[in-house]
Design a protein around this ligand. Structure first.
Ligand code: NAD
Length: 257
């Protein structure tokens, strides 16, 4: 065994993979974001749980070990994004990991989609990722290290009733790949994850017939759980993943096969 491999294996086994890393997870109040916050903390990171629902963010943060910090953040507001990133950096003197997970959907067929439905989804799911990535990149460039993981969606390839959501999530792919190119010289990696059908509040609202159709498309035969996504995020956020950047990774049980 090479020394690097041995150290990596030890960290994996001991839950120390992210020891002392400082992470911000947006939309951490429930669902996939909560799962990511739990996994990063379990692997040793100090996690700032940021969510537009402050009560949820604080509840999740205080239940983590090591305990995290819950903050209110609307990712569609640039100055709030700047402030959360600055506060994290001021408090801990570092920011190692940013997970852009916050997202909403406002589904409608294109011909019935309102201006508001369009603008709301673009504001949170795409512009929010830009605001947070811009703020974090300023710190990570100077530090010469960092990990950014953006939660896109399998829907980025196109999905009926989701013109707004698919456009935003495709935008996240383009933004992630561009950021990966720009930040590579600073040893900051940026990757996009595309979950398929994950069992959360977002998918529980889907009518039963459509839900069954979606589940039938999954070769592994089950809906994903937040932990399925969180495991990949934790790896990409670790030092072990330092040579992976600009990737678009499906986490969908074979959904897109
Ligand atoms: P969810 O609705 O269960 O949770 C979303 C969280 O984001 C909530 O806690 C919510 O309060 C928060 N949030 C919403 N708007 C916000 C804002 N403006 N600022 C900060 N926080 C805000 O959804 P989920 O299923 O956990 O989805 C998480 C991410 O994964 C989203 O980006 C979603 O698009 C993506 N995704 C989900 C699935 C799925 O099947 N559930 C599939 C692909 C991608």
């Amino acid at each position: 065994m090479t020394p690097t491999f041995r150290v990596g294996l030890r960290a994996l086994l001991s839950g120390d993979l992210l020891k002392d890393k400082v992470a911000i997870v947006t939309g951490a109040g429930r669902g996939i974001g909560e799962g990511i916050a739990r996994k990063l903390a379990q692997d040793g990171a100090i996690v700032i749980c940021a969510d537009v629902n402050e009560t949820d963010a604080t509840a999740v943060a205080s239940s983590l070990r090591p305990a995290g910090i819950g903050v209110r953040l609307d990712v569609s507001n640039a100055s709030e994004c700047d402030a959360v990133v600055k506060d994290a950096h001021d408090r801990y003197g570092r920011l190692d990991i940013l997970v852009n997970n916050a997202g909403i959907n406002r589904d409608a067929m294109l011909h019935k989609m309102s201006d508001d439905q369009w603008h709301q989804v673009i504001a949170v799911d795409l512009t929010g990722v830009f605001f947070m990535t811009r703020a974090a990149s300023r710190i990570m460039r100077t530090a010469g290290s960092g990990r950014i993981v953006n939660i896109s969606s399998a829907s980025w390839m196109g999905n009926i009733g989701q013109a707004n959501y698919a456009a935003a999530k495709a935008g996240v792919v383009g933004l992630s790949r561009t950021a990966a190119k720009e930040l590579a010289r600073s040893q900051v990696t940026v990757n996009a994850l595309c979950p398929g059908f994950i069992d959360t509040t977002m998918t529980r609202g889907i009518p039963d017939a459509i839900r069954e159709q979606q589940l039938a498309k999954i070769p592994l035969g089950r809906a994903g759980q937040p932990a399925d996504v969180a495991a990949v995020v934790a790896f990409l956020a670790s030092d072990e993943a330092g040579y992976i950047t600009g990737e678009v990774i499906n986490v969908g049980g074979g959904y897109i096969l």
